[in-house]
Design a protein around this ligand. Structure first.
Ligand code: ASP
Ligand code: MG
Length: 439
């Protein structure tokens, strides 16, 4: 393990890498303050999107040529190892052209190239500035994940030893590891990505594996806001959040955090700071809950579809919820939200799952006279914050009107509303629970 106690893990998002001089200055300042620093890098801005586009056109040499040229242009001053990665990417594109549809591990291998290029590129910039940086590719390091390509989870017990050894070796030399975010090596030994925005999760995972007490996620000009500023212009940064609040926020669609990021932080008691590289006043600190603090944020998940099941006999039918859940999970349908009353069961689903859900429920409609209505176009608007259930009496009528369903826990209060009303509802809730409650 490192000499100077547990390292500080700092992740730089793709947009923040647009300004290498600022990133280098930031890292220099961090290294002055903390003895050991580990950097995690996302792909540079737009690079993952370009790789996705190439995968969507697996046979198109023209798209591949164009995107490869664009990716090359986004990495000026690549050292030799980085240029070799570019050549490898050209080879992967050629392989794509020879396959009809890439299998998920091959797709993940293509998607991982953005982060690989980023760590070679960033290490070179740091080296030029006199900081001895060592690029580290997480699969080679031994960051192990399950085999759920495209949305894999880090396997901590299987990764710990190799990660501690590999990172410790670099830190003991006084050097700076610059590790790829977003992917690891699956149990089958192939490349597996952690889902969009997965570099946050890599940073939290490495922090947990290295015994860190703090992880910093550096974005370009955002922290965690009380709403998406595209929906609510007066949204503001939330200075601090509990782990549980942050987890709900990420799950309910706040794009600023990858949904699995907070879990390793919470279980290891590690503080996560989200901060902006451009504006030092924009920071959010995520840590243990503190009594008496009131945070509220409004998120929206859309587009979604709602199916309404009328169940004759209602609750007198034992096991009906389990039966529905079983049929749906057997068909690979993920239920985003479930609202039930005595005779109604409302399922909120991703639009692309509706057809499979209807097929899976067909036997039940035939044999048990269950009636399926919909799909209705809905959005799921959620107010999040410890104690939010106490705000029920402040919900504006305008937010609740026409809602198709409602669910609440002490920390999250969700409304399924007609999709066309989503913007109105987000603003009404933000106004009632955030703006008007300002201290
Ligand atoms: N580059 C990946 C993405 O764009 C991972 C990340 O940015 O965290 O989703
Ligand atoms: Mg990215």
């Amino acid at each position: 393990m490192p000499v100077g106690g547990p390292p500080l893990v700092v992740k730089f998002g793709g947009a923040s890498l647009a300004n290498p001089d600022k990133v280098v200055a930031d890292i220099r300042a961090l290294r002055r303050r903390s003895r050991d620093v580990v950097v995690v890098a996302s792909a540079r801005e737009r690079v993952t999107d370009l790789l996705y586009e190439a995968l969507e056109h697996p046979r198109s040499a023209a798209v591949h040529r164009r995107n490869l040229a664009e990716i090359r242009r986004r990495h000026p001053g690549l050292p030799l190892a980085g240029r070799q990665r570019l050549e490898r990417l050209a080879g992967l594109f050629a392989r794509l052209q020879a396959t009809r549809a890439p299998d998920p591990p091959l797709a993940d291998r293509v998607l991982s190239q953005g982060e690989r290029l980023a760590v070679h590129w960033l290490s070179a910039r740091l080296g030029e500035a006199g900081i001895p940086a060592v690029p580290v590719e997480a699969d080679h390091l031994g960051l192990i994940t399950d085999n759920a390509y495209g949305a894999s989870c880090i396997l901590f017990d299987r990764s710990r030893l190799a990660v501690q050894r590999g990172i410790g070796r670099i830190l003991r030399r006084g050097a700076l590891p610059v590790v790829t975010g977003y992917f690891g090596r699956s149990l089958e030994g192939r490349v597996a990505t952690l889902g969009r925005g997965g570099s946050d999760y890599t940073a939290a995972g490495l922090g947990a594996l290295l015994g860190s007490t703090r992880v910093e996620l550096v974005k370009s000009h955002v922290a965690v806001l009380s709403a998406d500023p595209r929906d609510v212009p007066e949204a503001r940064a939330i200075p601090s959040l509990s782990f549980e609040e942050a987890e709900e926020l990420a799950q309910f669609g706040a794009r600023v955090l990858h949904p699995l990021t907070i879990e390793p932080a919470r279980t290891h008691g590690m503080v996560v700071q989200v901060r902006s590289l451009d504006d030092p006043t924009l920071t959010t600190t995520i840590g243990p809950a503190r009594a008496g603090r009131r945070n509220r944020a409004i998120t929206v998940l859309r587009p979604l579809r709602l199916l309404r099941l009328r169940v004759p006999g209602g609750r007198q039918r034992p096991g009906i919820v389990a039966e529905v859940a079983q049929d749906l999970s057997g068909a690979g349908v993920n239920v985003v939200q479930l609202f039930t009353s005595s005779a109604l069961l409302c399922l909120v689903l991703a639009p692309e799952s509706v057809a499979a859900a209807r097929r899976a429920l067909a036997p039940m409609t035939r044999d048990s006279a269950v009636v399926v209505e919909g799909p209705f176009q809905v959005a799921l608007v959620t107010a999040i914050g410890d104690g939010v259930l106490n705000d029920l009496d402040r919900l504006p009528a305008d937010a609740v009107r026409g809602a198709e369903g409602f669910s609440a826990t002490p920390r999250a209060l969700s409304l399924a509303v007609p999709d066309r009303r989503a913007g109105t509802v987000v603003r009404a809730l933000h106004d009632a629970l955030v703006t008007r409650e300002a201290p």
